[in-house]
Design a protein around this ligand. Structure first.
Ligand code: GLN
Length: 363
């Protein structure tokens, strides 16, 4: 029987509740361990309900006195309805602002069903294996692990993409970059037979695959420095039947490109060192640092890409970059400095009102 012991600093008493960029959990501090420590075992013996909880000041914590220990276990034979309710309570205590949705998504994932199935099967009893597997998923979520990694997928544009912790979880704001790419490609297709596009730092393949799906005549080259990320991107291309239209290359930024392209698209790491240190732990502790951190000012990779871009772009080419909310001025200045021929530069905002996509139209 799996026993979950979670050390929690309740959100209500946590030191900083300021909203942070990215991530799904505003403030979320938990530590947990599985096990049958003497304390856990004695609690187990006293249990006769589906679940149990014990909160107490954690004597082993030296970092903070307001950590609490929650011990939770899920008995086999508990029902879908009760398991869900119990998990919701545990996640709420652990600080998740989406505890009910999380509990539902993880249980639906476990059964391989839509969430609606749960509502029609409240009395369905969990097997011992399901109870253990659910408790483990809830434990990982209580520790702050993103739902997308727990269920292994995330929707982006109109695609469902497989993800794991080798890739950044695709964000909805990046869909705006795809829209901009499709607009450029549609315009360019009036004059060239095949538009060639490159997605630099493709990660899960989100941008490359969404563009390839919606611009069937274009060819996309997807580059990533991480072989593990490329494996995810390739698997996504396979699953979406887009392998014919996307070529995958491992390497640094533009270097693997063997021919010039009309369009360079990139959601490179752009978080600066200070913001990275303060990122939501649900992002910082789980998503790859190499996909987020862009050096001291966040612009290391964008700087290198822009400097090399003239050697890789065809005449009339365009560069689309996702940027951080405070990078508009710096990136515009950089582009003006390193790109020849007075490019036209526009910056569009995301739905949160933050500057997000830089459009650089070369002459
Ligand atoms: N939007 C991400 C975040 O703020 C950052 C993505 C990136 O660095 N490209 O968490």
């Amino acid at each position: 029987m799996a026993i979950l012991q979670v050390n929690v600093r309740p959100a209500a008493t946590s030191r900083s509740l300021s909203p942070r960029r990215g991530g799904q959990l505003g403030e979320f501090h938990t530590r947990f361990r599985w096990g049958t420590s003497p304390a856990t075992t004695s609690i187990q013996k006293t249990l006769n309900s589906d679940f149990s909880q014990q909160s107490a000041a954690n004597p082993s914590s030296t970092e903070s006195t307001d950590w609490q220990t929650i011990v939770w276990k899920l008995m086999p034979g508990t029902t879908v309805g009760r398991a869900q309710l119990s998990a919701t309570q545990r996640l709420r205590e652990a600080g998740s602002p989406s505890s009910s949705l999380d509990a539902q998504l993880l249980l639906a994932h476990l059964y391989g069903v839509e969430r609606s199935w749960l509502f029609a099967h409240y009395d369905h009893e969990l097997s011992a294996e399901s109870a253990d597997a659910y408790a483990e998923l809830i434990a990982r979520r209580a520790r702050g692990e993103p739902i997308a990694y727990l269920v292994g997928q995330r929707d982006f544009y109109d695609l469902t993409l497989q993800v794991n912790d080798s890739v950044l979880i695709p964000r909805p704001e990046t869909e705006l970059l795809v829209d901009a790419a499709l607009t450029y490609i549609a315009r360019r297709e009036r004059t060239v037979k095949q538009v060639k596009a490159a997605d630099i730092g493709t990660g899960s393949g989100a941008i490359a695959l969404a563009v390839a799906r919606h611009a069937p005549k274009a060819h996309v080259t997807a580059v990533d420095i991480s072989p593990a990320a490329l494996e995810v991107a390739r698997a996504n291309a396979q699953a979406l039947d887009l392998t014919e239209r996307v070529t995958f290359c491992q390497g640094n930024l533009l270097e693997p490109l063997t021919e010039r392209v009309h369009l360079i698209m990139a959601n490179l790491p752009y978080v600066n060192a200070k913001d990275y240190a303060e990122l939501d732990p649900g992002v910082r502790d789980f998503e790859p640092e190499t996909a987020l951190l862009g050096g001291a000012d966040g612009l290391d990779l964008i700087r290198t890409l822009l400097a090399a871009a003239p050697d890789y772009l065809l005449p009339g080419g365009q560069i689309l970059l996702e940027i951080g909310y405070d990078q508009r001025t710096a990136v515009t200045a950089l582009a003006n400095k390193v790109l020849p021929g007075r490019p036209r530069i526009d910056v569009t905002r995301d739905y949160a009102g933050h500057d997000r996509v830089v459009h650089i139209q070369m002459g």
